[in-house]
Design a protein around this ligand. Structure first.
Ligand code: SF4
Ligand code: SF4
Length: 454
């Protein structure tokens, strides 16, 4: 499989195998050239599950007055991350899943702080930096949700820290705008994260459709040597996927079942780097983020909001959806979660469909027409575009037959859920959905077998 993988990579003259070019850029242009809008709601509903692990244990009660940044949920599992009040106000409801707060005030990280304007000294040791990342409740804000402190506490020798600004998902531009408006905080965060993991070098990676972002960061870096490298990569989806980014920058393939740290790599999202700066230099835990609200809405834009802001409220702020015949996706159109069809802002708010979490990169409203699914025509395109080098059509076939042994033998566990196979399929088959389902079923079976033999 590996030989075929490299042959395909060579043939396509790209830096990683497979991949697609889903749009010509019209999607990102919807929010281009518009400044980030700061928005503070009247109420926030903060999920106590922000990391990969179980929900945090609430440490506040209804009626308590809480300050912005105060701990409200304590992590009790190594894959969970602490949760903090994203606003100052009164707790109106709390249970094992969420904490609702009536907002009195919300400052959000102060962009007048010195680390937003110039390079600052990093006086903390590696251990102190990791402790701060843990105390601040940081998780991977690119969508992974892996607790940052756990990742950076690695004992592996790290050669490269890659700050992921690829933002290869169509429509989303929140990272791009954060780079343009808060670049110095990102640079300081990247420097701090480099020290936290002991990396030899830190590279901020972006696709070559973001030349303006590279120019903005280069300007901020003038006079600071090569402490942080800015690198442009060919625009291709899924450039921002962890394994593909490492392969594109370092030329290293991560073997199945291995972690990036085992090949000397560490990857963090742009917004995670900014959140690290806020915690390390400003004392602000992870309580806010920038999210893109776009697609078929009246006023697409990027919004800086406290964690727990209602998604429907943001859609209303963006002028509501324009067409009734729509589908609404939380996240990007390739990897996001379908919230539903034929929605509008009022319905989303009434049904409390979703709130902004630390990993919410966007909300996209698209045409709701469901394509007609037909039989496979054996064109082989899904095999060509799959960046994991697996065979989506074969895995789907075996999964639908209930043959998990074959799915495992076909490396279903290597699927990165990028959606490229579904996108390219002329028969409109739901390949990614079925391959991801197969992946989860195989993983569950592996865990079950391991438990039996323990
Ligand atoms: S099988 Fe998985 S990794 Fe391969 S293209 Fe489909 S979704 Fe992406
Ligand atoms: S892309 Fe679709 S039609 Fe082509 S081989 Fe794959 S499943 Fe079949």
């Amino acid at each position: 499989m590996v030989t075929i993988f490299y042959q395909r990579m060579f043939q396509s003259k790209s830096l990683f195998a497979g991949g697609i070019h889903p749009t010509d850029g019209f999607d990102k242009a919807l929010t281009g050239g518009k400044n980030i809008i700061k928005y503070i709601p009247n109420t926030v509903r903060i999920s106590l599950k922000q990391g990969l692990g179980p929900a945090c244990k609430p440490v506040v009660h209804a009626g308590d007055h809480v300050m912005e940044g105060q701990l409200i949920g304590e992590a009790g599992h190594f894959l969970s991350a602490h949760v903090h009040a994203s606003v100052t106000g009164t707790v109106t409801a709390v249970d094992e899943t969420a904490c609702e707060i009536a907002v009195e005030d919300c400052r959000l990280p102060d962009t007048d702080c010195v680390y937003y304007k110039e390079f600052v000294e990093i006086s903390y040791s590696k251990e102190e930096l990791v402790r701060l990342l843990s105390e601040g409740g940081l998780v991977g804000m690119g969508g992974a949700g892996f607790p940052t402190a756990v990742k950076y506490a690695t004992k592996e020798k790290i050669s490269h820290l890659l700050i992921n600004g690829a933002e290869c998902e169509p429509f989303l531009t929140c990272d791009e705008h954060l780079i343009l408006e808060q670049g110095m905080a990102i640079l300081n965060g990247a420097r701090a994260l480099k020290k936290a993991c002991g990396a030899q070098k830190v590279i901020i990676c972006m696709e070559d459709n973001k030349v303006h972002c590279k120019e903005a960061l280069d300007k901020l870096l003038a006079g600071h040597g090569r402490e942080v490298e800015i690198r442009l990569l060919p625009t291709k989806y899924p450039q921002g996927s962890e394994k593909q980014l490492i392969q594109a920058v370092m030329g290293v393939e991560i073997p199945a079942g291995k972690l990036p740290a085992e090949v000397g790599a560490m990857v963090s999202n742009i917004q995670t780097a900014k959140a690290a700066a806020d915690m390390i230099f400003g004392g602000f835990p992870s309580t806010s983020r920038v999210i893109t609200i776009t697609g078929d809405v009246a006023h697409p834009g990027n919004y800086l909001v406290p964690i727990g802001t209602d998604i429907g409220e943001l859609v209303a702020l963006a002028g509501d959806v324009k067409s009734k015949d729509n589908k609404v996706i939380l996240g990007g159109p390739m990897t996001g979660r379908l919230l539903g069809f034929c929605l509008d802002a009022a319905k989303m708010q009434a049904e409390k469909m979703a709130v902004v979490s630390k990993v919410s990169g966007g909300l996209v409203v698209l045409d709701g027409n469901k394509p007609e699914v037909s039989n496979c025509i054996k064109c082989g395109r899904c095999l060509q575009v799959c960046p994991a080098g697996i065979k989506p059509v074969m895995i789907e076939k075996n999964y639908l037959l209930g043959n998990l042994i074959a799915c495992k033998a076909l490396y279903a566990t290597e699927c990165i859920a990028c959606g490229s196979c579904s996108y390219i399929c002329p028969a409109r088959r739901e390949l990614a959905f079925h391959v991801v389902s197969a992946r989860e079923a195989v993983r569950a079976k592996i865990r079950e077998e391991a438990a039996q033999h323990a």
